[in-house]
Design a protein around this ligand. Structure first.
Ligand SMILES: NC(=O)C1=CN([C@@H]2O[C@H](COP(=O)(O)OP(=O)(O)OC[C@H]3O[C@@H](n4cnc5c(N)ncnc54)[C@H](OP(=O)(O)O)[C@@H]3O)[C@@H](O)[C@H]2O)C=CC1
Ligand SMILES: O=C1O[C@H](COP(=O)(O)O)[C@@H](O)[C@H](O)[C@H]1O
Length: 410
């Protein structure tokens, strides 16, 4: 069976400016991390997101789905019962089935969803509410610590799930969705979230149609959109995507998601680094010789062939998921855990790799599939070899926009 195996190799010299071996070279900025303690639950890092909402909160725990008045779409009313409607656009797809519905169920199971909520699936495929429920129920698991009353909870959850079929680029389907959402909101103070679980080439169509017909009027609750990566295939198309989205939305309404940042192991990386006196002094090129971030899947491209042909596996997971982990691993201590400060340190760290590639020591080496090393370099970029698909056991050279490096000895 074909497998995908990408390695991200970080040379120790990457630490050189980040953690100078001569500690007098740069004053060390100390910032103890703050954590949010959710009663009875694990500790979460508190980080403010770039659009003003708490970063963890932006993943549903506070201010987003608990329907407190906040966010774009006008101030939500202060009093009365609130309700939140979550529409998963692309509900028939892989991500929706594998991750989004199970994640929503996990939130429901742990009582993180507000009392009044409704979930809608939206896609072109024709299906009834019952058919959607059947599909969803196959992937729901009680993956949480306590599994008590799991099937009972699943039934309750599924009863709150509905389906609306429609096109992405026409307003008709979204009109009908709006009608059904209004019916379910039943006079409560509404808030609406649209999760775009669709290929990126139709993001703007959906935002245009949904914002015109199914978003809440100003003065009512908020309307927000979660956008999945990839955010374009290079910086030009990424800028174009943002400009297009902003024709219909305020920045505060747009939430860009990288689900790797929500993985417990990745979240814990910051805790491990900045909360441990044992590790802090050791986290430098003096003590770490080699770091490899390995992305490995034990299955083939499955339904992703067309997508990989357009974007490539490197754009799919490397210049987002793996680069984020690399940055969290190698960045200098941020002045605070506000998202802007973390982002600034990540950018500095990645820019450092870029700047140092001419001096040889800073390097990012990528191995695709069978272990063949893939240099991310300017020469490849100039040659225009971008975005080839990684399928089966062999991979071509690919270009990561804005990142370059060299393999050992090159
Ligand atoms: N799959 C994953 O694990 C992850 C995916 N992502 C991102 O999430 C998004 C969705 O991914 P995924 O669910 O895998 O994608 P899918 O290819 O499964 O597409 C989702 C749905 O979109 C509709 N669709 C697919 N292709 C087209 C098209 N060319 N034109 C119009 N509609 C189309 C289909 O629904 P219908 O025909 O019923 O309308 C499909 O069920 C992508 O941006 C991807 O990069 C991010 C992280 C992980
Ligand atoms: O973003 C993506 O990630 C998944 C892998 O996610 P994981 O949480 O299962 O590790 C990958 O399969 C998909 O192609 C990509 O778009």
């Amino acid at each position: 069976m074909a497998a995908i195996d990408l390695r991200f190799h970080l040379h120790p010299a990457a630490f050189s400016s980040v953690h100078p071996s001569n500690s007098s070279a740069k004053p060390h900025r100390h910032c103890p991390p703050q954590r949010v303690h959710a009663a009875g639950r694990r500790c979460l890092l508190r980080a403010k997101s770039s659009n003003g909402h708490p970063q963890i909160g932006a993943s549903f725990s506070d201010g987003v789905l608990d329907a407190k008045p906040s966010g774009a779409g006008g101030p939500a009313p202060e009093q009365g019962e609130h309700t939140v409607s979550i529409t998963v656009v692309g509900a028939s797809g892989d991500l929706a089935k594998k991750k989004i519905f199970p994640a929503l169920f996990a939130l429901f199971y742990e009582d993180w969803l507000p009392e009044h909520f409704t979930i809608f699936g939206y896609a072109r495929s024709k299906m009834s509410d019952e058919e959607l429920r059947n599909i969803i129920s196959m992937t729901l698991t009680c993956r949480i610590d306590q599994r008590a009353n799991c099937s009972e909870k699943m039934d309750k959850f599924l009863k709150r799930c509905f389906y609306q079929s429609g096109q992405y680029n026409s307003e008709e389907g979204f009109h009908e969705l709006d009608r059904k959402l209004t019916e379910k909101e039943a006079g409560k103070l509404p808030n609406r979230l649209f999760y775009l679980s669709i290929p990126p080439n139709i993001f703007v169509d959906v935002v245009r149609s949904a914002s015109r017909t199914a978003s809440l009027p100003s003065g009512s609750g908020w309307t927000r959109f979660i956008v999945e990566k990839p955010f374009g295939r290079d910086s030009e198309s990424s800028g174009e995507l943002t400009r297009s989205l902003k024709m219909y939305l305020e920045e505060e309404q747009i939430f860009r998601i990288d689900h790797y940042l929500g993985k417990e192991l990745v979240e814990n990386l910051s805790v491990l680094r900045f909360s441990n006196l044992v590790f802090q002094p050791l986290w430098s090129r003096d003590y770490i010789r080699n770091v490899q971030l390995i992305f490995s899947e034990d299955f083939g491209t499955e339904g992703r062939g067309g997508y990989f042909d357009n974007y490539g596996i490197i754009r799919d997971i490397m210049q987002n998921h793996l680069l984020q982990i690399l940055a969290l691993f190698a960045m200098e201590t941020p002045v605070s855990l506000a998202a802007e400060d973390i982002r600034n340190e990540k950018v500095a760290c990645v820019a450092e790799q870029y700047d140092r590639s001419d001096e040889k020591p800073g390097e990012i080496v990528c191995y695709a599939s069978s272990g063949e090393s893939v240099a991310i370099d300017e020469e490849a970029e100039a040659g225009g070899r971008g975005g080839g698909a990684v399928q089966g056991a062999h991979a071509g050279r690919e270009v990561v926009p804005g990142v370059r490096g060299r393999p050992d000895g090159a």
